[in-house]
Design a protein around this ligand. Structure first.
Ligand code: NAD
Length: 374
């Protein structure tokens, strides 16, 4: 197993450091190599995704990524901004499926903006198509309108577009994920369910999406398929979120719904993600950014990154048992009352990045979880 480690900017290096310590604590045989990415790479080598970093990512079985971005680089031309690194990696590695679990950890139920009875036991997987849709469709641009409501005035336009193979491959990812979750005990007693979110009532693109989902579903009779319009899905996610199991949708709708689902769990510092190609190679990163406001202070929550490492073991490295061990260790440290400031509440132990990492390592190696107060 070869893992490329790309810590990036801001809190990236601090949180990735803890995730790597956790991986070592599992005593698995893996090779790893670290490279610069984002603003750190721009400053050292003049580009946010240097050739050597891309080559390392291409050669690896999986990539563990921290975060990129710093306000001091906001004035750079777009192609040199740190955020371009992640777009470049997605493009060059063909990472078309973005998986984002939204799991409400029992001890953190109070952190959700919804009532505890709505989110207790919440466990959703949002799958967002990542390389197509209106974000990449051509043509796009600005021009003088020749027709429409105001001919002769300036207008802008984008193209929403999906091809059949693009929809087929994301549909397979969704049905297979639902199958895996059901096999692992998923929704108690129920078979796996995929909710396909579209706007087939208005958009041609999403009528094709729906048709293809139905066709691909024929290969997965053990998984339930339901269709939902995106406006209704946005509503149901806050009304009765536990009705969902796997949600699959396009790039634009997924961008919005995955952030909405993330908020159901209350904390941005707890949520991992995976971006996969067609061969289970993937890039794993927390859903949050580089948090420049708290970088270097030792207070960032490393759990989203540690849980991203667990996803990496499960989806790319075929080490489901090791992934389970990390996830159980995270549950154990939360149950023991340890909290970084972002998830702290009265009566729990406030700890820093390093202490949280120590605690997860201790839980994995069967040692007593330290209860350092900060
Ligand atoms: P952010 O996610 O970095 O931070 C939002 C808020 O959440 C901040 O108050 C931050 O302190 C807090 N936060 C985030 N992660 C945390 C953690 N692990 N523990 C505790 N608190 C945490 O979003 P932002 O401030 O809008 O963006 C900052 C930079 O990150 C920008 O340059 C942005 O472009 C970049 N960004 C990068 C990625 C990525 O690398 N994939 C994603 C989103 C934003």
């Amino acid at each position: 197993m070869k893992i490329a480690i790309l810590p990036g900017d801001g809190i990236g290096p601090e949180i990735v450091h803890e995730a790597v310590r956790v991986l070592h604590a599992l005593e698995l045989a893996f090779e790893s190599e670290t490279a610069l990415v984002g603003g750190a790479a721009y400053e050292a080598q003049g580009h946010p995704l240097p050739g050597a970093t891309l080559a390392l990512a291409q050669a690896a079985d999986a990539i563990l990524f921290g975060a990129v971005g710093d306000w001091k680089h906001d004035q750079l031309e777009r192609a040199l901004r740190p955020e371009q690194a992640i777009l470049g990696l997605r493009k060059h590695l063909g990472l078309f499926a973005n998986l984002r679990p939204a799991l409400c950890h029992a001890p953190l139920v109070q952190a959700s903006s919804l009532k505890p009875e709505l989110v207790t036991g919440l466990d959703i997987l949002i799958i967002r198509e990542l390389t197509g849709d209106i974000y990449f469709g051509q043509p796009r641009g600005r021009r003088t309108a020749v027709d429409g409501h105001f001919p002769g005035t300036e207008e802008a336009f984008d193209t929403m577009r999906y091809s059949r193979p693009e929809i087929e491959r994301i549909a397979h990812v969704a049905f297979q994920a639902a199958r895996k979750r059901a096999a692992a005990g998923g929704r108690a007693g129920a078979r796996g369910k995929v909710t396909s979110v579209d706007k087939a009532n208005v958009l041609e693109t999403f009528q094709l999406w729906r048709d293809v989902l139905v066709e691909v579903h024929a290969q997965y009779p053990d998984v339930e398929l339901e269709h939902m319009y995106v406006d209704n899905a946005a509503m149901q996610l806050v009304r009765a979120p536990r009705k969902f199991d796997v949600v699959v949708t396009g790039n634009l709708f997924g961008d919005i719904l995955s952030d909405e689902a993330a908020m159901l769990t209350g904390s941005i510092g707890m949520l991992p993600s995976a971006s996969l190609d067609g061969n289970s190679k993937g890039l794993y990163e927390p859903i949050h950014g580089s948090a420049p406001d708290i970088a270097g202070k030792g207070v960032a929550n490393p759990l989203a990154t540690i849980l991203s490492a667990a996803m990496m073991l499960r989806y790319s490295l075929d080490q489901a048992d090791a992934a389970d061990r990390i996830e159980s260790a995270v549950q154990a440290v939360l149950a023991a009352g340890l909290r970084t400031p972002d998830i702290w509440s009265e009566g729990t132990n406030k700890v820093g990045t390093r202490e949280m990492g120590d605690a997860v390592v201790a839980a994995i190696t069967g040692k007593t979880i330290p209860s350092t107060r900060r």
